[in-house]
Design a binder for this molecule. Sequence first.
Ligand SMILES: [Cu+2]
Length: 155
Amino acid sequence: MRAHTLSMFAVKVIAVTIIAVTNTSCGKAPSAGRDPSDSVEPHQGAWLTANGSYEVDLEWESGPQTGMDNVARLTVVPHGDATIPLQNISVTPWMTVHGHGSGNVQPVVVREGEAGDYRVSNIFFVMSGPWDLRIELSNGRVSDSVAIPVEVPAT
Ligand SMILES: [Cu+2]
């Protein structure tokens, strides 16, 4: 009886794993549809890009708040074939639930010190609520992207 229960558990784990793999292979970015049942919590830590080429660590130096004076520090760690330094990195604030960004105010990304460290200033949140920081990065050969959820508190 005990062995049977265990094997049922194993079958469930395998089934869940297959569903997860199938979802990943549809090519849809994780941020494409924000599932309200997903509890997106304010997170400071490492995020894996969509294709798993890079890991991006986000830390706020200032904010996140409404206004333009938000500053974040990114640390980019390459995985597999990906390498640093990056040739291109862009950061775009996007409010997925409303379908808008921050007009033509562009964050300023400056490489600092170590090859994978970047300081991002001029991040403009026009309102409070759930935002994404859409980050696109490329070393010239490998391009990848990640959307990092940011909860901007009401002031
Ligand atoms: Cu909005």
